[in-house]
Design a binder for this molecule. Structure first.
Ligand SMILES: Cc1cc2nc3c(=O)[nH]c(=O)nc-3n(C[C@H](O)[C@H](O)[C@H](O)COP(=O)(O)OP(=O)(O)OC[C@H]3O[C@@H](n4cnc5c(N)ncnc54)[C@H](O)[C@@H]3O)c2cc1C
Length: 398
């Protein structure tokens, strides 16, 4: 009899595991509590084109997801674009992509810039990340970049990403962010990958192949593992880790005839802003697939009990659009054509000092294997690493 495996969660991790196990001849059922497949990578229709509910791109170094895209026959859809980044600080947007932008960045003095630049080079070259495991990111950054550079550049980013837990974050997490990202540039210019027609095509193609190989996918189906564990020989689950804290995330996505910025990615370095990142998606990929409209995201990470998770949509739109008007005084809300709010309860795990101790160490004999994204370490969770972990999990089976 074939080994019966249940995969809990139809995010990119669970779907990849299911696909690979079917290829190895196992009997696989995937259950997903949401109505849509894809988890954090899930999409929705924007002018007939699939668009991510939360902004997504990949880096040149993301070799596992790139290989999967190729294998699924979707390689031609993955296009590479030069990315332009801005940083908003005290009422002004500055270009903030490379060394020249840093040198021209007025809010910092010359020595602050030198220290910032040296720190970045050092973290890109340093491979011994273990030495940062017990170090707090905020303290390390403040010490090596100086107080002013820390307060202008790093603190708003740490706060935006980790909300009230920003002082708990390990420097190993920050090392991974800077090291991976820096090594994804070509001659100092960052190139980002996006799939024309949306990354949801990966999930849909995996779903098609899973079904074709005899796998079963059930959405709208939340499982309580204790109640069903005897029905399966093995369970591979994306459920949250019990001893890790998570943050939620909110994105406001809208389309408009108005073009607001020359940049793709905008760090909003103002802790009064309701969002941490502003993304003009069509500045990366063009407007062709969206009937010539400009597509925008405003996104932020929040504690799971933040009022935005229960507030009315009107309140969230009002807060976000009001602040957007401060950044771009020409912004006209009446030109917003379509708008959505997406809320994710489990969007980011909090990577505290010596985080390794909190991660699941799945044993070969175990009947339940956890592949939740919080197991990814020291890298920040991302679709590339979800695929890498899925492959690692499957390699354990003959
Ligand atoms: C705002 C934002 C922007 C991002 N941008 C990028 C980016 O640009 N590039 C990048 O690489 N990554 C990005 N990411 C991260 C990326 O989306 C995730 O790392 C990846 O999608 C995680 O996939 P996963 O399968 O591990 O987990 P998830 O996508 O979280 O999937 C887990 C699934 O399991 C389901 N589930 C959990 N418990 C149960 C249960 N008991 N029963 C049934 N189903 C259950 C959940 O509903 C979910 O669908 C971003 C994330 C966010 C929030």
């Amino acid at each position: 009899m074939k080994t019966k495996i249940l995969v809990v969660g139809a995010g990119i991790g669970g779907m990849t595991v299911a696909y690979r196990l079917l290829q190895k001849g196992y009997q696989v059922t995937v259950v997903e509590k949401d109505k849509d497949l894809g988890g954090l990578l899930g999409g929705f229709s924007m002018y007939g084109t699939n668009l991510e509910k939360s902004y997504h791109h990949v880096f040149k170094t993301d070799k596992y997801i790139i290989a999967l895209i190729e294998e699924l026959g979707l390689g031609k859809k993955l296009k590479w674009y030069e990315s332009k980044t801005g940083l908003y600080y005290e009422g002004k947007m500055y270009p903030f992509a490379g060394a020249i932008d840093l040198l021209r960045f007025k809010p910092l003095g010359f020595m602050d810039k030198v220290r910032l630049g040296l720190m970045k080079i050092y973290l890109e070259k340093e491979n011994n990340w273990q030495k940062f495991e017990g170090v707090l990111a905020y303290k390390w950054l403040e010490k090596w970049c100086g107080q002013r550079a820390y307060q202008i550049v790093w603190e708003p980013l740490l706060k935006g990403k980790f909300a009230d837990r920003y002082k708990d974050i390990s420097m190993a997490w920050m090392w991974a962010r800077i090291n991976t990202r820096g090594n994804s540039s070509e001659s100092g210019k960052e190139r980002l990958g996006y799939m024309q027609g949306g990354f949801d095509q990966i999930t849909q193609e995996l779903a098609k192949r899973i079904k074709k190989m005899g796998g079963v996918i059930k959405s709208n189906s939340e499982v309580k593992i204790n109640l069903i564990k005897n029905k399966y020989d093995l369970i591979i689950t994306s459920q949250n880790l019990k001893n890790v804290d998570y943050l939620g995330a909110i994105t406001v996505v809208f389309s408009s005839k108005q073009k607001l910025s020359p940049y793709y990615w905008h760090n909003i370095n103002d802790t009064n802003s309701p969002f941490l990142a502003f993304i003009e998606h069509t500045n990366l990929v063009g407007t062709k697939n969206y009937r010539g409209r400009h597509i925008y995201y405003m996104g932020t990470y929040l504690p799971q009990n933040h009022h935005y998770f229960i507030d009315s949509d009107k309140k969230i739109y009002d807060d976000f659009f009001e602040y957007l008007g401060k950044i771009f005084p020409d912004f006209e809300r009446k030109q917003v054509e379509k708008k959505w709010i997406f809320k994710f309860k489990n969007a980011q795990h909090i990577v505290t000092r010596n985080y390794k101790k909190q991660i699941t160490r799945n044993q070969k004999k175990e009947k339940i294997i956890n592949i939740n994204f919080a197991n990814i370490y020291p890298e920040d969770r991302g679709i590339n690493f979800a695929v890498r972990e899925a492959l690692k999990t499957v390699q354990r089976f003959s």
